[in-house]
Design a protein around this ligand. Structure first.
Ligand code: GLN
Length: 482
């Protein structure tokens, strides 16, 4: 049972084969056994989870259950949760108990989901390996000497290590898709504005988007059905109807036009990864799709543009942590300036400070036009490339990452190498488009991901394509050895 996802658990619950209390307890036992080792959770909410599960069981016996009633999940520790610590992976918020639930959390709670706990993450979601967390690195369940990817590494390790059946996550430049690739999971980053950001701690507001890490596209569809939709509390959330993502999962793919960007199959891509990706593309041809090479001319500027825009927005968003209103406060400040300086110096880790400095510099008078405005112009060119390509094809496919999970500690000394981790994913955030990563093979026993990018608000199509692939293959069913 513990190797199942949402759909299977939901069906067992509805058949009465298991109760929510039983399945919740089973996951809590798994967490007690393995979390010390994986470090996937920052906080485990055992008592609350069992109480929610008991309520779910009552709702079910009264005949009022929905798909999600009684299904346990975990939340990335970037989502505010009433009464439960929300740390965002930072010492700055180690003492922060949110007074409200994020919209995503509230919606899943209302649907009857049981929260097992809050998952580890890179500090303020800045990272690609989960090694910037104040709570220590997360280990990859496939091989404990490797990173799980980041920044949603705790969510990915928890799902892949069977410490929960599914988890929420966020993606600013690749933080759902890259860990999905490294841990053998399905991870979707919806279109910017599709899911509310209210109560999701801000990193780079024009790029951040909430999504899911699951074992299958079907599970992602079930979760997104609940999470997506307009939220008057988030001014950037989009007021468009949300389709039923489960309804179109089985649509045949005949006639699907797939574009493969030349730039995603160039230097840097590991040949063994390319072989697996090409095999996956061939699978789509068998399902009736046609493949065409396309060009994303400005893709090579995406990491550079991102590392101006994201730090600029982060420097503004993180100004609120001043030691005064909430979060970490230094001991015995001598005056206000000392309070600000020491609270921020002691509360933030090195990577967060680096971003604040880069962002503050890029936004300062005299440099604003040279860096920030320029980066925004490049962002438009990147978006134009996608628009042009997506006029000719229905979706774009390629590798999610050029390689499999890398050893813990191997990139921590080299920020640029770490930044290049998101070489294929970051442009998708700059363009605001939806993207999904699905397991597409194993290289030396480690999972690799196929990225599928669609037009604005085309999540239903991405999930349909991913689901059909998962009906034809079983890469998504591979799990880490004992
Ligand atoms: N790795 C990128 C960064 O460090 C993206 C992180 C994310 O998507 N949250 O900023």
């Amino acid at each position: 049972m513990l190797k199942q996802g949402i759909a299977a658990i939901s069906s067992s619950l509805s058949k009465g084969e298991i109760s929510s209390v039983e399945i919740t307890q089973a996951y809590l036992d798994q967490i007690s056994r393995h979390n010390n080792d994986l470090n996937a959770y920052i906080t485990v909410t055992a008592e609350q989870a069992l109480a929610q599960a008991a309520t779910a069981d009552k709702i079910r016996s009264a005949g009022n259950a929905g798909v999600f009633t009684g299904v346990p999940i975990a939340h990335k520790d970037i989502f505010c949760t009433t009464g439960v610590k929300t740390s965002c992976g930072s010492r700055m918020l180690d003492n922060f108990i949110a007074p409200y639930n994020a919209t995503v959390v509230e919606k899943l709670l209302a649907s009857g989901a049981v929260m097992l706990g809050k998952t580890n993450m890179d500090e303020f979601a800045m990272g690609s390996s989960n090694e910037t967390s104040y709570y220590g690195p997360v280990k990859n369940p496939w091989n404990r000497s490797l990173v799980p990817g980041g920044s949603s590494g705790g969510s990915a390790a928890a799902v892949a290590g069977h410490l929960c059946p599914a988890a929420t996550a966020t993606d600013t430049g690749g933080s759902i898709r890259q860990p999905a690739s490294f841990c053998g999971l399905t991870g979707i980053k919806p279109t910017y504005g599709r899911v509310s950001r209210w109560g999701m701690i801000a990193f780079a507001s024009s790029l951040d988007q909430a999504g899911t890490l699951t074992h299958s596209a079907e599970d992602s569809a079930i979760m997104l059905n609940i999470m997506a939709g307009f939220d008057p509390k988030d001014s950037t959330s989009v007021d468009l109807p949300v389709p039923d993502y489960c309804a179109t999962l089985n649509k045949p793919l005949a006639g699907l036009r797939i574009g493969i960007p030349r730039q995603h199959f160039a230097e840097g891509l590991k040949p063994e990864v390319e072989t697996q990706i090409r095999a996956a593309l061939h699978e789509f041809e068998k399902l009736g799709a046609t493949i065409k090479e396309i060009s994303l001319e400005n893709n090579h500027y995406s990491v550079a543009a991102y590392y101006v825009i994201a730090p600029a927005e982060a420097s503004a968003n993180l100004a609120r942590y001043d030691g005064v209103r909430f979060g970490y406060r230094c001991a015995k400040p001598v005056d206000l300036e000392d309070l600000y300086k020491r609270s921020r110096a002691e509360g933030f880790g090195a990577e967060v400070k680096r971003r604040i400095m880069v962002g503050t510099y890029a936004l300062s008078a005299g440099y604003y036009d040279a860096y920030y405005i320029k980066a925004q112009k490049v962002r438009r060119l990147i978006k134009n490339d996608f628009e042009r390509a997506l006029n000719e094809v229905d979706v774009i496919m390629g590798p999610t990452s050029p390689h499999t999970a890398f050893p813990l500690g191997s990139k921590t000394k080299d920020p640029v190498a770490m930044y290049l981790e998101d070489i294929y994913t970051i442009a998708v955030n700059l363009a605001g488009l939806p993207g999904i990563s699905i397991p597409a093979g194993l290289v030396n026993g480690l999972p690799i991901g196929l990225q599928i990018v669609g037009r604005d608000f085309d999540e239903a199509k991405l999930l349909n394509i991913a689901h059909m692939f998962q009906q034809a293959t079983d890469w998504h069913k591979q799990t880490p050895g004992a």
